[in-house]
Design a protein around this ligand. Sequence first.
Ligand code: GLU
Length: 268
Amino acid sequence: MTNLRKDYLKTIKKIIVKVGSSTLTYNNGLLNLSHIEHLVRQLADMHNQGYSVVLVSSGAIGAGMGKLGLKERPKSIPEKQAAAAVGQGILMHMYEKIFSEYGKTVAQVLLTKEDMTNKARRENAHNTFSALLNQNVIPIINENDAVVVDEIKVGDNDTLSALVSELIKGDLLILMSDIDGLYDSDPRKNKDAKLISTVDKVTEDIEACAGGAGSNLGTGGMATKINAAKIATASGISMVIVNGDNAEVLGKVIAGEEVGTWFKADVK
Ligand code: GLU
């Protein structure tokens, strides 16, 4: 029997990894250094294997909350933006520091919805990514939270990472979550819930498995991940949801192991 994942992985080059606030920061908003170290080491290792690697990282608002000593996610827009502005610098400082230990060069790219929808800006963003990847740089992307408001915002990094995958014509999108993947019912409520290993097509039944829920720190939940899967798979890009608590999970995905939930790309 052929292995769907292994077959797909044979031809891939460009990998986009999205990591959420709940993986990068503790509930109190301070950085989870152990997770960040593992993440960076795995990404650097993938890069050493010859893949182009793009990281979409949340955590700006979470890290800003920690630094500013905020106990809860700020409610007002200016306060959220201030937290993001503080936190984005903290995040990049950490990434710059750890990636450079592995000899890797990173670049910060902050995007808004307009960069995806406006033709000229889209082309510009596309060219920037091509130039960075051609020079072996690992771009680290977030939404430009310090200036965007709801009207001009993608709003969650699951969707943003799928739009970026489409923009740069990526081959595989990996969403790192705080859960093992998509279950057939909510595993927090139902102890018999089963992990779905492969999704051939995002149907209404699959969407129904997703529910809503997010954490105190991030904005995503399973629903935004399913939305990301729809965008990615429709563009011919396979996507996988994995648990970011598992230190070696990216290596396992690349080796074709059956971790997480794999969403099969539509044929281009
Ligand atoms: N851009 C937000 C941040 O860095 C995260 C959005 C999300 O959680 O999806 O805090």
